[in-house]
Design a protein around this ligand. Structure first.
Ligand code: DHB
Ligand code: MG
Length: 225
């Protein structure tokens, strides 16, 4: 009889997957260690999720990636490592410290030349990218504050083209998103974002629940038709 899906089991199975399939080198361990030292909650993607993002990016042949929220650069490194020669990752974060440290961590990982950081509230950075008419992105990873997902998603669609894949992180939040009585601002933001996806005929989408070292959460995957 398998053990119930308690936190320990989830963590143990993620460890098991990592044992077989995932190698975290010193460059990836740096931002994780720094987050512990700085008392930042462990909210970067897990190793299995980071590897998933890299594989997804490689599978669609992404050459231009947009990341909304870099924290200390853990997912940034995974995504940058997916890029071919000449590929580019534009990464946004509101905090100067995050952009500085993520930049240093990308340099340590040998991918600094592939990443362009923008330090602003994400809405502002996105407006600038839209107004500048930058080339659309192949892959977009939304991972900043969940209250603003509807705003980010609106701008992200202006930075997309047919075939663009958008991953929106943390849309399950231990299942609270499915509680119609929830008044949590993040839950309301995520539900509004889901409604935008639902009502937009240009998009096809699904969402996956995840369990593991980060507990019960999940992501939406959207493709522009
Ligand atoms: C939270 C944010 C994240 O991006 C994440 O991966 C996990 C949790 C949060 O704000 O709680
Ligand atoms: Mg996240």
């Amino acid at each position: 009889m398998p053990a119930p899906l308690d936190d320990l089991t989830q963590k143990r199975v993620d460890d098991w997957i990592e044992h077989y399939l995932i190698t975290e080198d010193e460059a990836l361990l740096r931002p994780i260690r720094q987050a512990v030292e700085l008392d930042i909650p462990p909210i970067s993607v897990s190793p299995t999720q980071g590897a998933f993002l890299k594989l997804l990016s490689q599978s669609i042949g992404a050459k231009r990636i947009l990341e909304i929220g870099c924290l200390l650069g853990y997912s940034t490194i995974w995504l940058a490592r997916s890029l071919p020669e000449g590929g580019k990752l534009v990464s946004l974060d509101i905090f100067e410290r995050n952009v500085r440290m993520a930049g240093e961590n990308c340099a340590f990982a040998g991918v600094r030349d592939k990443v362009e950081f923008h330090c602003n509230p994400a809405e502002r950075s996105l407006n600038i990218l839209v107004n500048d008419g930058v080339e659309p992105f192949d892959l977009i990873f939304m991972d900043a504050d969940k209250v603003s997902y509807p705003i980010y998603f609106d701008r992200v669609l202006h930075l997309s083209k047919p075939g663009t894949v958008i991953i929106a992180d943390n849309i399950i939040r231990k299942g609270e998103v499915a509680d119609p009585a929830s008044t949590l601002p993040a839950v309301r933001g995520i539900n509004e974002f889901m409604k935008m996806v639902q009502e937009d005929g240009r998009l096809e989408a699904t969402a996956m629940q995840t369990v593991g070292s980060k507990g019960h959460d999940g992501f939406a995957m959207i493709r522009v038709k």
